[in-house]
Design a protein around this ligand. Structure first.
Ligand code: BG6
Length: 471
């Protein structure tokens, strides 16, 4: 029998901009996510909010006003943790204020207290694709080192206020997606030649590494018991070579490294040796100071949080576009696909955990995994989401195997335990939840919540601490 440790963290994860709505409530400023209509991959951001257009995140599922009910539903599954993000522009509306917005702080304080009362440890992402719009427009986001200062001020405010309430933090959601989704990941528009674009991406990455190290430093002073993590999209690290041709194998390793690079720096505390070759080959000239390198060295992160949805297949020389699920590569004839064309690969998750264990020897936290699917509502209101149940069980069984392999996995938070707006496409139809929300792609619906079949299944898994998976 595979054993999950008694302190294993079981829960679910959402992001403020995909769930809260209330996009102008209580002094909130505009965030980059507020200007996106069709999702960060499918749609282009608008210059500002255009009158008469529908923005799915503006109301989302109204988690802002309904979180008590929603968190109770989560606690009903036995969750002992819950991951969400703080919307930066609720705390600093333009990102540049000297003092934080008290209403924003009070709002999250009550939310985290509610989680604690319900027996759920808050797991908080500090920046999840929702940078204040002003910082995007004025500075082009993380392309500019000024953001390090604004981010530090933001961290100072939230660590001071929530340090006693939040034990697990992650600085930037999926920072490695700067390669494929720089607007979401680094809040910047890239332009110029291929070389210039790459330079911008690595500079933004470096600026975020410094901000991450500063956040870790600040955490040590303000909340010494907190665990500080990074968060990466590691679907992009489970890439299989298209053939045994050594070229495919070598280039696949290089592409996998492109994601792991972000953990190499922030967990090991220094730039890996292969980075010099990247800079030389692409003639990258980056603004990196000795003081910044010393800070990164002194304040590495405590754990590796990551998302995993699927694997991909790569052929040398092919293009490396991606979306919220990772790299878009070749077909894998051995795997089935979700309704949105994402290959389903539970064993890929065990493979990934083993790679990470061998490479970092640090705790890992699987903070996103899930199946976005079409749900059918039966005449009696029931939702028999068998595919979601299978995806959940199959991935958890492989996590159990990875634990037996010796991987230090501290927890698992299913992505979107209640239906939320898709980040990639802006749809409501792409549902991840164990709890259904009555709302469609055009914004129609009562917002009523109801349980799907998967709700009881996840509850049974959690309350048996994983044992029901193997019955
Ligand atoms: C991750 C993001 O990339 O994938 C989430 O951190 C996102 O914000 C999730 O929602 C699933 O992607 P999508 O496009 O199905 O919402």
């Amino acid at each position: 029998m595979i054993k999950f440790k008694s302190d294993f963290l079981w829960g679910g994860a959402i992001a403020a901009n995909q769930a809260e709505g209330a996009w102008q409530a209580d002094g909130k400023g505009m965030a980059l996510s507020d200007t996106i209509r069709g999702g960060i991959v499918a749609g282009k951001p608008d210059e500002s909010v255009l009158p008469g257009k529908y923005y799915p995140s503006h109301e989302a599922i109204d988690f802002y006003h309904r979180y008590h009910e929603d968190l109770e539903l989560m606690a009903g599954m036995g969750f002992n943790c819950f991951r969400t993000s703080i919307a930066w522009s609720r705390i600093f509306p333009t990102g540049e204020e000297e003092t934080p917005n008290e209403s924003g702080l009070a709002y999250y304080e009550e939310m985290f207290q509610t989680m604690q009362k319900l027996g759920m440890q808050p797991v908080v992402t500090i920046s999840h694709y929702e940078t204040p719009l002003n910082l995007v427009k004025k500075y082009n986001g993380w392309a500019n080192k000024k953001l390090i200062v604004f981010f530090e001020r933001y961290c100072q405010a939230i660590f001071t206020r929530f340090g006693d309430l939040v034990p697990y933090w992650m600085t930037f959601n999926e920072m490695n997606n700067v390669h494929t989704m720089p607007y979401a990941s680094a809040a910047m528009q890239v332009s110029g030649s291929e070389q210039e674009q790459l330079e911008m991406k690595y500079q933004a990455a470096h600026n975020m590494f410094v901000a991450n190290a500063q956040a870790n430093q600040l955490a040590k002073q303000l909340m010494p018991n907190a665990q500080m993590g990074i968060m990466l999209s590691l679907s992009g690290a489970v890439i299989y070579p298209a053939t045994p041709n050594p070229k495919d194998v070598f280039e696949t390793m290089t592409l996998q490294r492109r994601s792991l690079f972000f953990a190499d720096v922030q967990l090991n505390g220094e730039y890996p040796r292969y980075f010099k070759r990247i800079c030389d080959d692409h003639q990258l000239h980056l603004d990196i100071t000795d003081e910044e390198l010393a800070l990164i060295k002194q304040y590495p992160s405590d754990y590796l949080g990551f998302s995993y949805y699927r694997s991909s297949v790569y052929a040398a020389g092919s293009s490396t576009e991606g979306n919220t699920s990772g790299i878009l590569g070749q077909e894998n004839p051995y795997l089935e696909k979700s309704d949105w064309g994402w290959p389903i690969d539970p064993l890929g998750l065990r493979y990934l955990c083993n790679i990470l264990e061998d490479r970092y020897h640090k705790p890992m936290f699987i903070v996103e995994n899930g199946l976005g699917d079409n749900d059918t509502i039966e005449a009696d209101g029931a939702i028999h989401d068998a595919a979601r149940i299978k995806y959940l069980k199959d991935h958890l069984i492989e996590i159990g195997e990875a634990l037996e392999d010796g991987c230090q996995i501290i927890g698992y938070t299913w992505w979107g335990p209640i239906d939320i707006v898709s980040a990639g496409t802006g749809e409501m139809k792409k549902r991840y939840g164990f709890v259904y929300v009555d709302k469609d792609n055009d914004g129609n619906g009562t917002l009523a919540r109801s349980k799907k079949d998967s709700y009881d299944v996840y509850r049974e898994i959690i309350t048996s601490n994983g044992e029901s998976l193997f019955r």
